[in-house]
Design a protein around this ligand. Sequence first.
Ligand code: 6PG
Length: 246
Amino acid sequence: MTGQPKIEIFNTTDELFHAAAEAIAGYLAAAIRARGRASFVLTGGNTPKAVYELLAASPLSEHLDWRQVLLFWGDERCVPPDDPASNYGMAWRTLISRLLIPAENIHRILGELADPTEAAELYENGIRSTFPRESPPSFDLVLLGMGDDGHTASLFPGTTWDEERWVVANYVARLESNRVTMTPRILNAARKILFLTSGSSKASALAGVLEDRTGAYPAKRIQPQSGDLTWMVDKAAASLLRHDAR
Ligand code: 6PG
């Protein structure tokens, strides 16, 4: 990591969502200017929905050429794409269906496969063939959320994974369900990682991740090797951070 994470705190979720959408459009546009295309890893959960809708609507939708954006997912639930729980499905409804993005730019995790390990292997192989010269690739932007328990993507407390792999299947006993998730190995190679977190239920985990060296919060494992890490949070989520962090 090039330095300490940057923490941006907003008074309201509305301000947070607008600032996040503007920041995302800015990073992607800059990547396209620099390298001709932008790779963007999406997150699931509820927090990004409004952000995706803002990105897909005027004026932000005109800020970049979405035909040059490659979409990936940091994690997926093991459900078909039209299931209400699908992370791909959520991104389709709020973002993709509203923009002109070529189908070949959309790299979704096959949550519908009966074997999540196969879905993880296929996804990792697909990433390898999209970025044949990078091992692992440096995604231009990785968007992540965090759960109340400090999980991020589908890296949950109490779960383990093969640290060498880029994508793994992860069984989450608390949810009694399988997930497919990118691992810190590939996530930390990103040029830019942006966490979006809101609400008082996240306050304890946020303080744990940013300030407590001992807690077993998987979100702590997100430390880009040479990229930047920014946390965009609302005041409620930041309420337990030490005064000097606010
Ligand atoms: C998912 C995720 C997950 C999510 C957090 C936060 O598939 O659920 O990608 O890591 O980002 O659980 O979710 P909320 O935004 O709903 O709090």
